[in-house]
Design a protein around this ligand. Structure first.
Ligand code: FAD
Length: 410
């Protein structure tokens, strides 16, 4: 068979938030590249759809007007003004951020169906620099004389992309990771999660608070209700895989059972309707400290195991790795060198932004689940924490909306 060949300096595999951000920021650096995705956009991805401050920050880096455009006129992103923690005893603690006058379109959090969000991002691709190939799946990757030969399947056609650099942005089941490293699941650094869309969940806060509930019977797990507006919500449940394996828990069954029988949730779901089946997917956590760069390769997002271990959020951290990767790739293309030495500081730049999260998670693992329950019941509800939240979020928002992240290459 005659296989078509395409040459490029940079090939990004995967156009989810991490790959999309890499492409958008590379185009800003005027670096020509190919980005491929096995799917046709728009496409769904199992997720809680929650946008944390990191995600909001990166969306602002992509386009200062993205939130304003997508919040009201198109309604693709739902503004959330804080969160509600529901402790194991069922007590609500609400952290509501009150914006200053004029900042009503600058929420600290958001919820957006991945079907919409990921499409918003690929619509931002700059065709002057990015050649986006959809329905194009990498099926075999080989290293041949300092180049990557990426064999891709495009419907009934095969193409070989020959590239100096490969960026693995292909998520948790990354073929790039399988080529350059090892994708063996380490349950201490991995979680399982399920999601289902529901209509009519009662008691959603009028400021669209993102809700997290810690069920008493299942420590080291959490149940979420993330509001999407008009009575629609992304509802889900996640648990550390080591805990699930040790106790032989089935996350999907527990999720369904909690909705039906948990005394805190039952009344909220009594008149609600599930809109689809329960879908599940894995969450590779940043505590694994996976090596993210090497000779001619970089990993971003889930492929790099970059999900926040404390919140389970990976959209913002994934886009952040894309932003950082683009700076290193620009340098590499300028001097036409793609060996490991060029990327040696990439891991440092990535992990220094994850360090606090990793430390907090390690501390929570050290504290016993009973102690955690006590902290949730007795310490978190104090007004002091609510006031601290208001002040801290105000400071973070200033960064999220007005400052650019600085990456150190040397
Ligand atoms: C149940 C659950 C709930 C979650 N909730 C949240 C949340 O509320 N907020 C949050 O921030 N994060 C959440 N996460 C994590 C978040 O979903 C991921 O961190 C995020 O999707 C990572 O983005 P990514 O671009 O790295 O990978 P992905 O979004 O997985 O994108 C990878 C892309 O690569 C493509 N691809 C894969 N293989 C190939 C191939 N061989 N060739 C070509 N293309 C390929 C895929 O089609 C896909 O489009 C959740 C995860 C789960 C499982």
């Amino acid at each position: 068979m005659n296989i078509e060949t395409i040459h490029t300096k940079v090939c990004i595999v995967g156009a989810g938030p991490s790959g999309a951000a890499t492409s958008i920021f590379l185009s800003r650096e005027k670096v020509a590249h190919i980005i491929i995705d096995a799917a046709q956009y728009p496409r769904d991805k199992v997720c809680g759809d929650g946008l944390d401050l990191k995600a909001i920050t990166m969306l602002n880096h992509i386009d200062k007007s993205i939130l304003e455009d997508e919040l009201k006129p198109r309604g693709k992103i739902q503004a959330c003004w804080g969160f509600r923690l529901i402790n194991p005893k069922g007590k609500y603690t609400e952290f509501v951020f009150k914006p200053s006058i004029g900042d009503e379109n600058k929420p600290p959090y958001g919820v957006s169906k991945r079907f919409s969000l990921d499409n918003i991002l690929v619509e931002k691709f700059d065709s002057a620099f990015a050649d986006f190939l959809q329905e194009t799946k990498a099926i075999k990757i080989e290293r041949v004389e300092n180049k990557w030969h990426i064999l891709v399947q495009q419907k009934d056609k095969q193409i070989t992309i020959i590239s100096d650099l490969i960026v693995g942005a292909d998520g948790d089941h990354s073929i790039v990771l399988k080529t350059v490293g090892e994708r063996k699941i380490n349950r201490e650094h991995y979680a399982g999660g399920v999601r289902q869309y529901w209509q009519g969940v009662e008691g959603i806060h009028d400021k669209n608070l993102m809700e997290v509930y810690y069920p008493k019977t299942f420590p080291m797990s959490y149940f979420w209700i993330f509001p999407l507006g008009d009575g629609l919500a992304n509802v889900g449940y996640g648990m550390l895989s080591s805990v699930a394996a040790k106790n032989n828990y089935n996350i999907r069954e527990i999720f369904t059972e909690l909705i039906k029988t948990d005394s805190i949730l039952q009344s909220r779901f009594a008149n609600a309707t599930a809109l689809d089946n329960v879908s599940g997917w894995g969450l590779p956590l940043a505590t694994l400290r996976r090596k993210c760069s090497g000779n001619g390769w970089l990993l971003v997002g889930d492929a790099a195991s970059m999900i926040s271990p404390t919140t389970g959020e990976g959209v913002g951290t994934g886009m952040q790795t894309g932003f950082i990767a683009a700076k290193f790739i620009k340098q590499a293309t300028e001097i036409n060198k793609f060996d490991e030495s060029i990327f040696k500081n990439y891991d440092r730049e990535v992990y220094k932004r994850m360090e606090d999260d990793i430390k907090l998670f390690n501390l929570s693992m050290w504290v016993s689940p009973k102690m955690m329950g006590w902290v949730m019941n007795n310490i978190v509800p104090f007004n002091y924490f609510k006031r601290l939240f208001q002040t801290k979020v105000g400071q973070w928002l200033n960064t999220a909306y007005h400052k650019e992240i600085k990456v150190k290459l040397d």
